[in-house]
Design a protein around this ligand. Structure first.
Ligand code: AMP
Ligand code: MG
Length: 480
């Protein structure tokens, strides 16, 4: 017998009924391949030729169910923009199942834009081609930049139109791969229903899947999970800050327990350094602005802690104090990771007094001179002199002289921490606009540029350029 095209090994489907709604994706009119992620397919032991075949395309369009799939929509709730939203859930997504990658790790294979579910509320369950390709290009860039993230295995057209603000758009479905789709909002779902049994089941599921070494801790495992998730989240957001990445919708339903960046909606990389930068067209208060991301990460962890406290046995007061101590570690862990990341960006391989001030002075100069975030850091790798930075440069060179390693090693560290290429908004938007009218050439070229973001490739020098005035993208949209 032939091996199935995807070796499913499902665990979420075995959880009790109230964790999900079991249903297949809704077939689409005319599935047509946009792009497959060949590298990712191989990492998952999926034959990329099968994936690009009629059978494969039918599968990731939701028109055919591969053997072993147990399709379901996950139940979750959440806080959106600081307010309790109650039940949300996969309103346009279906988890087909899980598979074990070549690295021995478990991955979800999930379709997005795959039709209505019991959690769709007013939505149509579909996605448009723009946001689908946007998630493909930005998540793949994040992966290549070294940031934990969900990835896109395939993008297909549906042959159907979806109606959005700007009128009818070509519909598409993406297949998303994640270490896991369990979110802070999944915990809130059960906590808000006072479902302690559900919370305990979910906690043990998350531990087995993401932090199996904690299972042996018995009753202490619950708050140990809090520690682990706090540590991952603090590190993740520090990486975002070091790259100038703005997520845009850090709602609790978009925070994965696995510590991966998830849900690429109105996200963006900054061009000019501006701590108050906001891109999301729906973020009127600037809650999710660049400089606020660490604070929001902390706030989201507090929501997670509240859920876990409901199932900690014994002395409630002591548990609250323990949880508070763990939460208080968030800013400390964030700062450590951020300082470490920023030091590398400046070629500093040891930690010394005064580093924080040196970093902050550099960022203040960036803001003052309205300099391009990525390019200015990249220029520093070769110590190019910059107007207005002379005094700072002297202090920086003094500080570099106090490193034990040779300047060449410092430079190597810097080149690996300061990307030459980021998915600049104007490039992404231009690539998506062309794709919408059937020309994928700019998209493919952008994907190629971002495959090796830390390598200087002179042939792509144009991709380093910040947008011209008329190219500046001031807002990005969820596209939902
Ligand atoms: P998001 O802002 O993409 O994280 O989505 C928040 C919630 O809205 C989730 O429950 C989604 O499943 C749901 N949602 C977003 N877009 C749609 C849509 N087009 N149809 C149905 N549900 C949607
Ligand atoms: Mg979401």
């Amino acid at each position: 017998m032939q091996a199935p095209p995807i070796a499913f090994d499902n665990s979420y489907a075995k959880l009790p009924e109230r964790f999900h709604a079991k249903l297949p994706p809704t077939p689409v009119a005319a599935p047509a391949l946009l792009r497959v992620n060949v590298d990712l397919a191989r990492e998952l032991g999926i034959d990329p030729h099968w994936l690009a075949s009629a059978d494969g395309v039918a599968t990731v369009a939701g028109n055919a169910l591969p053997p072993g799939a147990e399709p379901l929509a996950m139940a979750y709730s959440g806080h959106q923009f600081g307010h309790w939203s109650g039940q949300l859930g996969d309103g346009r997504a279906i988890l087909l199942g899980e598979t074990i990658g070549r690295d021995g790790k478990r991955y979800d294979i999930h379709l997005k834009g795959s039709g209505r579910t019991p959690f769709s509320r007013g939505g149509d369950g579909r996605a448009a081609i723009g946001p689908v390709l946007r998630e493909l290009v930005v998540s793949e860039a994040m992966h290549r930049l070294g940031v934990p993230t969900t990835r896109v295995l395939s993008a297909v057209m549906t042959g159907e139109a979806v109606l959005r603000q700007d009128g009818p758009l070509p519909g598409a479905v993406l297949a998303r791969v994640a270490r896991g789709h369990v979110r802070v909002g999944t915990f809130e779902h059960f906590a808000s229903r006072n479902d302690r049994e559900g919370l305990t089941t979910l906690t043990d599921y998350a531990i087995e899947r993401f932090d199996p070494e904690l299972a042996a801790l018995g009753p202490d495992r619950v708050l140990a999970l809090l520690d682990a998730v706090i540590a991952r989240t603090a590190k993740l957001i520090a990486q975002w800050q070091c790259l100038g990445f703005i997520h845009g919708v850090m709602n609790t339903d978009n925070v994965a327990i696995s510590g991966e960046t998830i849900d690429y909606g109105p996200c963006a990389f900054m061009d000019v350094y501006d701590p108050d930068a906001v891109f999301s067209s729906i973020d009127h208060g600037g809650r999710y602005r660049y400089s606020n991301q660490p604070r929001i990460g902390h706030w989201n962890m507090a929501r997670f802690a509240q859920c876990l406290l409901a199932i900690v046995d014994g002395d409630g007061k002591a548990a609250v104090e323990t949880a508070q101590t763990k939460l208080d570690a968030f800013p400390v862990l964030f700062e450590q990771a951020w300082l470490g990341g920023m030091r590398r960006k400046l070629g500093l391989l040891t930690a010394q007094d005064g580093d924080r001030e040196l970093i902050e002075a550099f960022l203040a100069l960036l803001a003052e001179t309205k300099s391009d975030f990525a390019n200015t850091f990249r220029l520093l790798c070769d110590d190019l002199t910059l107007d207005g930075f002379e005094t700072w440069r002297t202090a920086w060179l003094d500080r570099r002289a106090r490193e034990d390693v040779l300047p060449e090693a410092q430079r190597t560290a810097m080149l690996g921490a300061n990307p030459a290429f980021i998915p600049r908004n104007h490039r992404v938007e231009a690539a998506l606009a062309a794709a919408q009218i059937g020309n994928l050439a700019p998209f493919d070229e952008l994907m190629d540029v971002l495959k090796a973001p830390y390598d200087d490739r002179p042939e792509y020098a144009d991709y380093k350029m910040p947008p011209a005035e008329h190219e500046i993208v001031r807002a990005t949209f969820c596209g939902t």
